[in-house]
Design a protein around this ligand. Structure first.
Ligand code: SAM
Ligand code: SF4
Length: 449
C-alpha cells in the first residue's frame, strides 16, 4: 500500500501462466479489482510491492504446474515478511486441485475456480476482513463462468486486445485436461463481443484476437450467430485494423469461415489449425475425430481460397501407443503440409484424462528424441517458408523496440510473422510496408519501403 496525496493506494500483481485465455482472464480480474480500489502492477514490478498477489495458473502440462508450485514456495517467505499480503490462486490448476492447494501450502489465502472468477472481489473483501481461507471451485456448466458482461477489462497491451468469445470445451481430446477444468462451451452473445471490440477500438486498440478453445463452434449453443457471421460483424467495426482468432479445431472449420477471411477486409490471413498428430492411429486414440486425409483436404481448400495465408499448428509427441511407424508418418505429414510454424509439445500425463491410464506410455528418453527430430524437420520447413518471402513487401503493424537492440523495431505481418526493421520515425500502431531482405527461421528482417 502507498499513500499518495493522503489517499491509500493498493496494488495487485498477477503472475500469469499458460495460454492467451489466461492473459485475457487476468485482464478481466484486474478490471473487477479496480472497482474495490486495487491498481494492477506491471509484469516488471517486484512481488514485494503487491498487497494482493494472484497466480493465474495453467494445468495443461505438468511442467506448467511445476512452475506454479515453485512460485507458491517462493511466496511463502514474502507472506512471512508481510502477513497483510493476500495471496490467491485462480485458473485451471485452482479448478483442478481445489482445497488440496491450501492443504499443501497454507499460506495461500484463496483458491478460486474458473467458474467463480466473477466472485473475486467478494472473496478478496472477505479475506481483508476475516483473514480466513476461501476455496470456491464449484463449476456449474449452465451458469459458469463468469461471462460477467458488466465487468471492466484492464488490458495489458496497448495495440492488441484479447477478446474471449466463448469459454469451455466440449471436445474431450483424450490427453487434455481443459474440458474438465473449464466446463462445457458457452458462447458470449454476438452483440457483447462486438461492443467489446468497439470499446477496444475507442481506446486506441488496432487489433483484436477473438479467443476460444474452438472458435469454430462459436454460437452452436445460443444460435444467435455462427463464427463466420461473428467474424463478419467484427470486421465491420469502424476503426478496427486487424482481426485474428484462435484456436480452430479442424473438425469444424467451415467453408463460410474460409470465405469470410477471403472476403473480409481486416480478417488476417493466418489460421492456427492444430493437427496434434499426423497418423490416423494416433488421431483416433486422441479422439480428434478427423483423419489425416480429411485434414489434408481442408488444408487444400484453405490454400485454394487463401493462397497467401500462413498456417500454424500444435503437435504432441510421445502420446501413449505412438510407434516408430506413427512417428515416421508424422514427419512425412509435416513435410507434405509445410506449416509456417508449429508449437511442439511432449505428451504430459494428466490424471483424470483417458490417456493417463492408457497402456504403452512412451519412455521419456524416446519422447525427447522424437521431439528433437520433429523440431529439426519443422524448423527447416519454417526457414524455407520464410526464405520464399525474400524481396516481398509486407504490411507490418509497428509495435516498438525489439528486446535486444533499441534501434531495431519489431512488428507483425497480417500472417502473424515477426518482422524486424531499423527504426526511423515510426510509432507504435503505425502500419508500414517492409521489404523482406533477410528471412530467418523465427523472424523476417527487412527494410521499410
Ligand atoms: N483448444 C485448442 C486446440 O484444440 O487446439 C488448444 C488448447 S491447449 C491449451 C493448447 C495445446 O496444448 C493443444 O493444442 C495441445 O497441443 C497441447 N496439449 C494439451 N494437452 C496436452 C498434454 N496433456 N500434453 C502435452 N500437450 C498438451
Ligand atoms: Fe483440449 Fe481438445 Fe478442447 Fe483443445 S479441443 S481444449 S485440445 S479438449
Amino acid at each position: 500500500m502507498k499513500i499518495i496525496d493522503g489517499k491509500a493506494h493498493r496494488y495487485v500483481k498477477f503472475l500469469v501462466y499458460g495460454c492467451q485465455m489466461n492473459v485475457a482472464d487476468a485482464e478481466r480480474m484486474a478490471g473487477q479489482l479496480a472497482d474495490i480500489g486495487y491498481e494492477r502492477l506491471s509484469d516488471e514490478a517486484a512481488m514485494e510491492e503487491a498487497d494482493l498477489l494472484i497466480i493465474n495458473t495453467c494445468a495443461v502440462r505438468e511442467t506448467a504446474e511445476d512452475k506454479v508450485y515453485g512460485k507458491i514456495g517462493e511466496i511463502k517467505g514474502l507472506k512471512r515478511n508481510n502477513p497483510q499480503l493476500i495471496f490467491g490462486i485462480t485458473g485451471c490448476m485452482a479448478q483442478k486441485e481445489s482445497d488440496s492447494l491450501i492443504k499443501r501450502a497454507p499460506h495461500i489465502d484463496f483458491v478460486l475456480g474458473t467458474g467463480k472468477v466473477h466472485e473475486l472481489n467478494q472473496v478478496v473483501q472477505e479475506i481483508e476482513q476475516e483473514h480466513g481461507h476461501v476455496v470456491n471451485t464449484a463449476l456449474d456448466d449452465k451458469t459458469a463462468p463468469a461471462i460477467a458482461e458488466d465487468s471492466r477489462v484492464a488490458r495489458e497491451g496497448k495495440l492488441s486486445a484479447w477478446i474471449p468469445i466463448m469459454y469451455g470445451c466440449n471436445n474431450f481430446c483424450t490427453y487434455c485436461i481443459v474440458p474438465y477444468v473449464r466446463g462445457r462451451e458457452r458462447s458470449r452473445r454476438p452483440e457483447d463481443v462486438v461492443k467489446e471490440v468497439e470499446q477496444a477500438v475507442a481506446q486506441g486498440y488496432k487489433e483484436v484476437t477473438l479467443l476460444g478453445q474452438n472458435v469454430n463452434s462459436y454460437g452452436k449453443d445460443h444460435k444467435l450467430a455462427t463464427f463466420a457471421e461473428l467474424l463478419q460483424m467484427v470486421d465491420k467495426v469502424p476503426g478496427i485494423k486487424r482481426v485474428r482468432f484462435m484456436t480452430s479445431h479442424p473438425k469444424d472449420l467451415s467453408d463460410e469461415v474460409i470465405e469470410a477471411i477471403a472476403t473480409g477486409e481486416h480478417l488476417c490471413e493466418h489460421i492456427h489449425l492444430p493437427v496434434q498428430y499426423g497418423s490416423n492411429h494416433l488421431l483416433k486414440a486422441m479422439n480428434r475425430v478427423y483423419t489425416v486425409e480429411s485434414y489434408k483436404d481442408l488444408v487444400k481448400k484453405i490454400r485454394a481460397k487463401l493462397p497467401h495465408a500462413s498456417l500454424t499448428t500444435d503437435l504432441i509427441v510421445g502420446f501413449p501407443g505412438e510407434t516408430e511407424e506413427d512417428f515416421a508418418q508424422m514427419l512425412d505429414f509435416l513435410k507434405e503440409i509445410r506449416y509456417d510454424s508449429a508449437y511442439t509439445f511432449i505428451y504430459s500425463k494428466r490424471s483424470g484424462t483417458p490417456a493417463a491410464t492408457m497402456d504403452n506410455q512412451v519412455d521419456d528418453a524416446v519422447k525427447k528424441e522424437r521431439l528433437n527430430a520433429l523440431m529439426a524437420v519443422q524448423n527447416q520447413i519454417s526457414l524455407e517458408k520464410n526464405q520464399a518471402l525474400l524481396d516481398s513487401v509486407m504490411e507490418v503493424m509497428v509495435e516498438g523496440p525489439s528486446k535486444n537492440d533499441a534501434s531495431v523495431w519489431t512488428g507483425h505481418t497480417r500472417t502473424n510473422k515477426i518482422v524486424l526493421f531499423n527504426h526511423q520515425d515510426e510509432q507504435p500502431g503505425d502500419f508500414i510496408q517492409v521489404k523482406i531482405t533477410h528471412p530467418q527461421t523465427w523472424v523476417l528482417k527487412g527494410i521499410r519501403v
